[in-house]
Design a binder for this molecule. Structure first.
Ligand code: NAP
Length: 541
């Protein structure tokens, strides 16, 4: 066996996951290089630069807790930071903690092959170089393979075609343009109220309406920032213990066990609190009981009808085919008000779909909409797309995408796959449905501890056992099916079931059992000396 490695670990991606992994690996004494195809750190925040992009979680738990220096010195300016501010934050973290020297930019990982006899990963880069490393970590993110709409003729359009997840780095001036928007998930919903006042005319092509919770935007104050800094450890602890990774106290009551008046009062107060407060703090069963989810749906429909002055538009905006939580909850400030603007038109493309892109715009039935710019906010091949697009070649020449085609997309705990030793995934498929910085940081810490254990105990290879993969697949399925997300998600064609990508097998892409339950499983694996991550022949060693 010739180890002869360039680094202990190579991490693909310099977003939240790559940065957290580098931090914990460096702390554990592993020489680590982070490789990113883009020109800067940021990952999702580097590529999603569309107007209006911002976090939909509040800043205290949309950040790392691991560095006291960063916590003390960085000051967020808004409750829901803009994408630009999140990017600045990540650059600050990297510079403050002197991480750039471990990073390579403008460099794509082309292929990674496990050399079984030397027990190393050979990673070919776009520079032509091949690096040999003991551990390969994917920090490629969960929503990082954008998809275009399944509509013919995209190349015939003579105007400007944009995708929210591939926004030009120099920006794009939409002022005075006739703009068409396709896609109303979180991305399209955020862009709508931001560009409406700027463009000449905005045509929104809606296939499935969404339940949009109002976000209450505000600036931070020095007093509030000081308080957050003082109590940061408690904030982080509460977020880590919350099923959705947010600093919120889980609600105690079912929506069905209070009077109608009391229910309305609670819905109203949490609607005013904004954002995920509505989804998480009203009642304890909006994600698990169909009737309760429908009560929340009806409350939002009432809000839509109260806000949107044209009754026909209001009805089109009300989701009627599925209930709240059937799609990932979007939180956006002033979305519904936008439809009261004279330069904004909603076009229903559910009853009559967009049939083609034309030279001048798009055709919907017999009508051609002439546009200068078409923005596609049509989402991602979520969770698995980034891993299947790359050749990750494990034992016996098996490629990871072949394994995914067999159905075991989550391996063990979404971290490791049988047949792919010493390959670990940060925020892999079937990890928690959550505010993401929390599982990212906890996951990076867990990986560093697991590898330290292996190093200190002479274990050459960490690799999920086949039994653990089977167990995790069953647990993911069980947990998902005990929520409303399964039935409602199917109706809504949600990405968390893979239903937004034609031909993708329907399967939970995320773990719906809650972040704290997931963390307990990770803790148990650690207490059990990572046995479920040790190939059978090594378990008894
Ligand atoms: P998405 O939720 O998958 O939404 C894609 C949209 O494109 C849907 O409205 C879909 O309609 C529409 N679409 C696709 N093909 C179409 C066609 N042929 N005709 C008409 N409409 C079509 O994607 P996303 O908005 O990018 O969001 C994905 C996830 O990214 C979010 O759920 C969230 O987790 C994350 N995200 C987070 C933030 C944030 O934190 N601030 C911001 C943006 C995104 P149907 O529903 O009918 O399929």
């Amino acid at each position: 066996m010739d180890k002869n490695t360039d680094y202990d670990a190579l991490v693909i991606g310099a977003g939240f996951s790559g940065i957290a992994t580098l931090h914990y690996f460096r702390e554990a004494g592993f020489s680590t290089v982070v490789v990113d195809k883009e020109a800067e750190v940021g990952g999702t925040w580097w590529v999603n630069r569309y107007p209006g992009v911002r976090t939909d979680s509040e800043y205290p738990y949309y950040s790392f807790s691991f560095s006291k220096e960063v916590r003390e010195e960085w000051n967020w300016s808004e409750r829901y930071p803009t994408g630009k501010e999140v990017l600045e934050y990540l650059k600050f973290v990297v510079d403050r903690l002197d991480m750039r020297k471990h990073m390579m930019f403008n460099t794509k990982v082309e292929k990674a092959v496990y050399n079984e006899s030397d027990k190393v990963w050979e990673v070919t880069l776009s520079t032509g170089k091949t690096l040999r490393v003991s551990y390969l970590v994917s920090g490629m993110g969960v929503l990082s393979k954008p998809i275009w709409p399944d509509i013919p003729g995209r190349e015939t359009f003579k105007g400007t075609l944009l995708h929210t997840a591939m926004w030009p780095s120099e920006g794009f001036d939409l002022a005075g343009k006739r703009v068409g928007l396709i896609g109303l998930g979180s991305s399209g919903l955020q862009i709508t109220p931001t560009i409406a006042p700027v463009v000449d005319h905005l045509t929104v092509f809606q296939r499935t309406p969404n339940f949009v919770v109002d976000a209450t935007l505000s600036k931070t104050t020095p007093e509030e920032l000081a308080h957050v800094k003082e109590t940061y450890d408690e904030i982080w602890e509460r977020a880590a213990a919350h099923p959705f990774g947010v600093d919120m106290v889980p609600a105690q009551y079912s929506a069905k066990e209070v009077s109608e008046e009391e229910r309305d009062r609670i819905f109203e107060s949490k609607w005013k609190a904004g954002g995920f407060h509505f989804a998480n703090e009203c009642f304890n069963d909006l994600a698990t009981d169909h009737e309760s989810a429908e009560l929340a749906s009806e409350f939002i429909r009432k809000k839509i009808r109260e806000t949107v002055t044209d009754p026909e538009t209001a009805e089109l905006l009300c989701p009627k085919d599925y209930s709240f939580n059937g799609k990932r909850v979007p939180t956006v400030a002033g979305y519904y008000d936008t439809y009261n603007r004279p330069n904004v038109k909603l076009v229903d493309v559910k009853s009559t779909p967009i049939t083609e892109f034309t030279e001048k715009g798009v055709r919907v039935g017999d009508t051609e909409y002439e546009l200068d710019v078409i923005i596609c906010a049509t989402g991602f091949d979520a969770m698995t797309g980034n891993l299947t697009k790359l050749d990750i070649v494990g034992r016996g020449g098996k490629v990871l995408r072949e394994k995914f085609a067999e159905g075991l997309i989550g391996g063990n705990l979404g971290i490791s796959y049988n047949g792919f030793p010493n390959f670990l995934v940060a925020l892999g498929p079937q990890t928690p449905y959550s505010n993401l910085p929390v599982p990212i940081q906890l996951g990076a810490q867990w990986m560093a501890e697991a590898l330290s254990y292996a190093r200190d105990n002479g274990i050459d290879e960490l690799e999920a056992t086949t039994e653990s993969e089977q167990w995790w697949a069953e647990e993911v399925d069980r947990a998902g099916k005990s929520t409303v997300m399964f039935e409602q998600g199917k109706k809504a064609k949600a990405w968390f079931l893979g239903d937004n990508v034609p031909g993708k097998p329907q399967q939970f892409q995320v773990y719906m059992g809650g972040g704290q339950v997931y963390q307990d499983f990770c803790r148990q694996a650690k207490e059990d000396n990572y046995r479920s991550f040790r190939a059978p022949e090594l378990v008894n060693a």
